[in-house]
Design a protein around this ligand. Structure first.
Ligand code: BTN
Length: 301
């Protein structure tokens, strides 16, 4: 209900809309509309009201807070392992520091903003406040490092599951782990791990997920505007980030349990969702590029 009321107010572009009009359009009582308005205000939306005119949206800057995520996290165990930050340089950096303190397996770190978000290959990942989901999961599985290679592919499947649960949209996966809508990037994943030099033992895996949620085209720098998209651009209305973040965490919890048991059907689901298969590709080896064709995916053990 909250999302529908927010969508109606957003469509008004700052103009008033009466509670009666909203209740008619949504087929619910005036009291339900009023409750949704109160819930949106609690989430941090600024909504003005005036007698006989109704409500208008002053700012929809919903904040990603523990309060907005926790109600949707399914398991009590995972609820205890959520850290939510207002602003941080990078949730992956934060997770690395935390890993030194012996924090629990599957700890989730979410942030409303990153000031130094990192992407693959040393790139930056722009992470404006109030727009996206910047989330890192810290894993400490008791496995050899070589056994960890599939995890990032399975994470991509779980992120698609979380997005689909909230929006009904199933994104595609561009090998290895970019999540896309059409040809545009919706989400990037950066997985890093640490191995102890002396013993070769895996110390931790951190997997960082950056989802473009409520970004408008002008929120992207000009050079990526044509190749990036967001859920709000695809749906035409804002998405509740707390709920989406929670559903991604729920999906990751299922995925991790399956992965520890041998993988379940995640490999097949990765292959089915991978848009790169059956297409010409460019293989980049250092500074050399080679034209190739993606025929099949080898499953790493
Ligand atoms: C890429 O597309 O190159 C990967 C982007 C990964 C971005 C996420 S946002 C959360 C986590 N923290 C970071 O600094 N990076 C990852």
């Amino acid at each position: 209900m909250k999302e529908q009321v927010l969508a109606l107010l957003t469509a008004q572009a700052g103009e008033y809309l009466s509670g009666e009009a909203m209740s008619e359009r949504l087929g619910v009582s005036r009291a339900a509309v009023w409750k949704a308005i109160e819930a949106l205000r609690e989430d941090g939306c600024e909504i003005g009201s005036a007698p006989r005119r109704g409500y208008r949206l002053l700012s929809s800057a919903d904040r990603l807070t523990a309060g907005s995520i926790l109600p949707y996290i399914r398991s009590e165990t995972q609820r205890r392992k959520l850290i939510c930050l207002d602003s941080v340089d990078s949730t992956n950096n934060y997770a690395k520091k935390l890993a030194m303190t012996g924090v629990e397996d599957s700890t989730a770190i979410a942030a409303d903003e990153q000031t130094g978000g990192r992407g693959r290959l040393g790139r930056t990942f722009l992470s404006p406040k109030g727009k996206g989901i910047y989330l890192t999961l810290l894993y400490r599985p008791a496995i050899p490092p070589a056994a960890a290679v599939n995890l990032t592919a399975y994470v991509a499947v779980a992120v698609c599951d979380g997005i689909e649960a909230v929006t009904g949209i199933r994104p595609g996966i561009k090998w290895t782990n970019d999540i896309v809508l059409g040809c545009r990037k919706l989400c990037g994943i950066l997985t890093e791990m640490a191995v102890e030099g002396e013993t070769g033992a895996l110390q931790y895996i951190i997997t960082g997920i950056g989802i473009n949620v409520n970004h408008m085209p002008e929120d992207f720098p000009p050079e990526v505007r044509g190749i990036a998209t967001s859920l709000t651009q695809a749906l035409g209305h804002p998405v509740e980030r707390g709920r989406l973040c929670a559903e991604v965490i729920n999906a990751l919890e299922d995925m991790y349990a399956a992965w520890l048991r041998g993988g379940g059907d995640y490999w097949e689901r990765y292959r089915d969702g991978c848009l790169t298969l059956g297409k010409p590709v460019r293989l980049l080896r250092g500074d050399r590029a080679e034209e190739a064709f993606a025929e099949a995916l080898d499953r790493t053990p």
